[in-house]
Ligand binder design. Structure first.
Ligand SMILES: *Cc1c(COP(=O)(O)O)cnc(C)c1O
Length: 448
């Protein structure tokens, strides 16, 4: 019944050879081209007769793949890049070849079991109780939204008199929080940060108390960021969590980038207070060496999420057997077992290897910060708390930054797009790749 012809076998060999080559070597950075330009080169690839596997692969490898920036290049320090381990990438091939369904325990028990052990590692690092649990969702945006929906459902039960629901977070919170607020049709209360850019307990307490005293609106969640995407700043989790709980408000921690460093002893104390979280997220596709797309969403009391997120339909009711079905814990139904590449790498390498790789990226970030300080024309924006090094190039206008960045990519040296802080252009190195060496940083800095 399986039509594994000689032609398919030959294609398999080609695809495996390409994949292996991609894993073995630093990829070129590459870069975008216009749709018009690409069309002129490859034309319409969707045809009645089909291109055949070999030719379709050729179109991809020789043209389309080269019009995509390699996010795992050691000198791609843009946004938050990615650095999947070889094991994680290899296992993604297994996931792709296996047609696994990750939505329900009934269909995917073995895979879900493995994903849950990987989630358990993260949950234990955070110090949540044994009963905590969650699910791998597509990204931090869906993870945050799913958690906030549960938080609001809890608040609705307890405070039916509230006229309008409000998310409290800092001005530095990720854009996905405002996006979630728009989807949920709730308000956002932006609490001012302290001199170090951090949300603090007293600031949260004052802002909530003022709102509750003067309006019939109610804050249903406090979102702390740990750390911020632009600068890696970690809010004061202890004080903020306490301020939220003292007011009977859900405490959510958005650690899409930074909470990966829970496994790094040198910075672990910065996350003290995370153990109070009612929910939190961390993206293994950012700084835990997993391929796109995987966000670990964890709840202190997963049962609260299950009640809110379980979908009901006659064809699904056979699945309501009391078993742990990942679909029930977020906004999703069908799901790929997206946590498995992360699980495999973690299981194969062991958690010590994660600690080592994490500490290594932190060391490179610290060394990069020292190089910035020693450079006569550069100035650190702040001491890096984690692995983001942000700095100013003295005397440059916004267009100087942009031109420098464009040339850096055009020359295939690195990808460092400018960002901004307090309205001023800055550059930032987001170091999440254990293959990024200090010589890579030096090479980039030699052009500043
Ligand atoms: C990246 C990021 C997000 C969004 O995560 P996606 O996986 O891109 O959806 C949310 N919050 C923070 C702090 C982030 O760094």
């Amino acid at each position: 019944m399986h039509e594994f012809t000689a032609e398919v076998e030959a294609l398999a060999a080609e695809i495996l050879a390409y994949s292996l080559d991609r894993l073995k070597n630093d990829p070129p950075l590459d870069g975008p081209r216009t749709a018009e330009d690409l069309f002129n080169e490859v034309g319409n690839t969707i045809t009645a007769k089909g291109l055949g596997g070999h030719d379709a692969l050729e179109v991809f490898t020789s043209v389309l793949a080269k019009a995509c920036i390699s996010t795992d290049h050691p000198r791609n320090l843009a946004f938050i890049p990615s650095a999947p381990s070889e094991y994680a990438n290899l296992f993604d091939l297994v996931v792709g070849a296996s047609a696994l369904y990750g939505g329900s325990w009934q269909e995917g028990a073995g895979a879900v079991f493995a994903e849950n052990q990987a989630l358990r590692w993260i949950s234990d690092l955070a110090g949540l109780p044994e009963s905590a649990g969650g699910v791998f969702v597509q990204g931090g945006t869906i993870g945050n939204l799913s958690a906030l929906v549960v938080a609001r459902a809890e608040a609705k039960k307890k405070y039916p008199e509230a006229t309008r629901w409000v998310i409290a977070c800092s001005e530095e919170a990720h854009s996905s929080i405002v996006s979630a607020a728009n989807v949920m049709d709730v308000d956002v209360l932006k609490v001012p940060v302290d001199i170090n850019g951090k949300l603090s307990g007293p600031a949260v307490a004052t802002a909530i108390d003022e709102l509750h005293a003067t309006t019939t609106k109610r804050v249903f969640v406090v979102v702390a960021t740990s750390g911020t995407t632009n600068l890696g700043i970690i809010d004061e989790l202890k004080g903020v969590g306490k301020a939220a709980h003292d007011r009977d408000v859900w405490f959510h921690v958005d650690g899409a980038y930074g909470l990966a460093a829970l496994c790094a002893p040198s910075v672990r104390s910065k996350f003290d207070g995370i153990e109070q979280a009612d929910s939190f997220i961390v993206d293994p596709h950012k700084w835990l060496f997993a391929p796109f797309d995987a966000c670990a969403l964890i709840y202190r009391e997963p049962e609260l999420a299950r009640v809110v997120h379980t979908q009901h339909a006659s064809y699904l009711d056979t699945l309501k057997d009391g078993a742990w079905s990942p679909s029930d814990y977020a906004i999703q139904l069908t799901r790929r077992t997206r946590g498995l590449p992360f699980w495999f790498s973690l299981a194969a390498h062991g958690t010590d290897a994660y600690t080592e790789a994490m500490e290594h990226t932190l060391e490179i970030a610290r060394a990069a910060a020292e190089l910035v300080k020693a450079h006569p024309d550069l100035e650190l924006v702040c001491e890096p708390e984690l692995s983001i090094v942000a700095f100013i190039r003295k005397g440059w206008s916004a267009s100087d930054y942009q031109n420098w960045s464009d040339t850096l990519l055009a020359d295939q040296v690195g990808f460092i797009p400018p960002s901004a802080h307090h309205g001023q252009p800055i550059l930032r190195f987001a170091i999440v790749n254990p293959w990024t060496k200090i010589s890579d940083i030096e090479l980039i800095m030699s052009r500043l």
